[in-house]
Design a protein around this ligand. Structure first.
Ligand SMILES: NC(=O)c1ccc[n+]([C@@H]2O[C@H](COP(=O)([O-])OP(=O)(O)OC[C@H]3O[C@@H](n4cnc5c(N)ncnc54)[C@H](OP(=O)(O)O)[C@@H]3O)[C@@H](O)[C@H]2O)c1
Length: 406
């Protein structure tokens, strides 16, 4: 019998986490869930604990006493550690071979970096750490021998379209920047569904409600990424993620709207070929690809029926109605601390929108104002990155508290 591979699922109570656990349920003989983390959804974590009996779990520190009295009851084999330290312990547990990074936002940065530094195979869905500290993560992978595997659907699609030697450059952290021309890669095209407001007027978009923004037409995701998909900041973050992960310049990355969300992204080659990856819009496909790589394991999702889809549409994004794309491209161009500032301001603005403290149209306004006043600085280590992140969060929160008109 082959040995089971130990897996950590960070963000197990979320959308990526539950897709990952669905795939792992299909392959119980092959994978063993060693650690699981949630944050606030403690009853969901409790259900997962009874089902998977992991060795290590983590959740928000305030829930510690509830976890100890309620969740751990009857699970003597499981060890609990709260907060950031718990996430890091889950990611670096000695029995873990593969980490699925599915925490939402910058909160996943330290555990993702710890997993990479510990030399794990890291399946990265959580794009914000790559937006903030791509070079740091890649350098850490080069140093530790970790394997970086993108499972954000677009980046996974690009990875699937690359020749084997460039795939190795990605997984080892070298990036493909210096070798892409030699391999004939001329550009990358990220596809975007366009979100729920693709055909909505600018005036209606600016006053959209949280319920409207969360109603994504093709993907079922957590609240933060759903709002980012509605502003198209998600595609902006993915542009920076692609630059970071693949070591490419922003000018090499194009974005097109593709409402059906079945062509997940493409790589353009210098002979005019464009190679893309297609599949039903379901995260279990890139997750199972990352788990099985270089083999393929079943995801539980059927191959799509193109005749049923009938038609695939493509168009350029409207930068006037979706200014977040311009902001993200400028941040990618500027580099240094600017992507960290963009991400922090966006996270604070999205949270404020979901709490109904600002209007939907004010999300890019908060980000824009923060970037206009941000002085780019070096952000080459974790401490610098965390300081900049915290500083910008405080500024953006204060800006929102005072009101954008003041
Ligand atoms: N969902 C998708 O289809 C999709 C596709 C591509 C990429 N991604 C990326 O994957 C990441 C996760 O997205 P998602 O949609 O799965 O989000 P989600 O459904 O909101 O889940 C987020 C997970 O992170 C946990 N969490 C929240 N705040 C935390 C904190 N401060 N510290 C530690 N854990 C925390 C949550 O725990 P509780 O729920 O227990 O509070 C939950 O387990 C994001 O970076 C997103 O951009 C998602």
């Amino acid at each position: 019998m082959t040995e089971q591979m130990g897996v950590a699922v960070l963000g197990a109570t979320g959308s990526i986490g539950s897709s990952a656990l669905d795939v792992l349920r299909l392959h119980r003989g092959q994978y063993k869930v060693v650690s699981l983390t949630g944050w606030k959804r403690i009853s969901a974590l409790k259900r997962l604990l009874s089902e998977f009996t992991p060795a290590q779990i983590a959740a928000e520190p305030e829930s510690g006493s509830v976890v100890e009295t309620n969740v751990l009851e009857g699970c003597e084999g499981s060890c609990y550690l709260g907060g950031e330290a718990g996430l890091v312990a889950a990611a670096t547990h000695p029995d873990v071979d593969t980490v699925i990074a599915g925490v939402s936002g910058a909160a996943g940065l330290q555990s993702t970096l710890a997993a990479v530094e510990a030399g794990k195979r890291v399946l990265i869905a959580n794009k914000e750490p790559l937006v903030m500290c791509g070079q740091l993560l890649r350098d850490a992978a080069s140093g530790s021998g970790a394997c970086l595997m993108p499972i954000d659907s677009e980046h996974n699609a690009i990875f699937q379209c690359l020749p084997l030697e460039l795939q190795r450059d990605v997984t080892s952290g070298r990036g493909i920047g210096s070798r892409s021309a030699g391999a004939g890669v001329s550009q990358i095209t990220l596809t975007a569904s366009g979100g729920p407001f693709l055909r909505t007027s600018a005036a209606e978009i600016s006053n959209a409600t949280p319920a409207q923004a969360l109603a994504h037409p093709t993907w079922n995701m957590g609240p933060k990424i759903s709002v980012d998909s509605a502003t198209l900041m998600n595609k902006g973050l993915e542009l920076i993620e692609a630059c970071s992960l693949f070591g490419l310049d922003e000018s090499q990355i194009d974005i097109i709207i593709h409402p059906q969300s079945v062509l997940h992204s493409m790589v353009g080659f210098n002979d005019g070929s464009l190679i893309g990856q297609m599949g039903n819009p379901d995260m279990r496909i890139p997750i199972s690809y990352g788990l099985g790589y270089p083999d393929r394991v079943s995801s539980g999702i059927a191959t799509m029926d193109l005749a049923e889809i009938g038609q695939l549409d493509f168009e350029r994004p409207d930068l006037e109605r979706f200014p977040s794309l311009i902001l993200a491209r400028e941040a990618a161009k500027s580099g240094r601390s600017v992507p960290i500032a963009l991400n922090a301001a966006n996270e604070i603005a999205v949270e404020a929108f979901l709490d109904r403290r600002i209007a939907f149209g004010e999300i890019p306004e908060v980000v824009d104002r923060i970037l206009q006043n941000h002085k780019p600085s070096e952000a080459s280590d974790l401490e610098q990155a965390v300081d900049i992140d915290l500083e910008v969060r405080a500024l953006a929160s204060e800006m929102i508290r005072r009101g954008l008109s003041s």
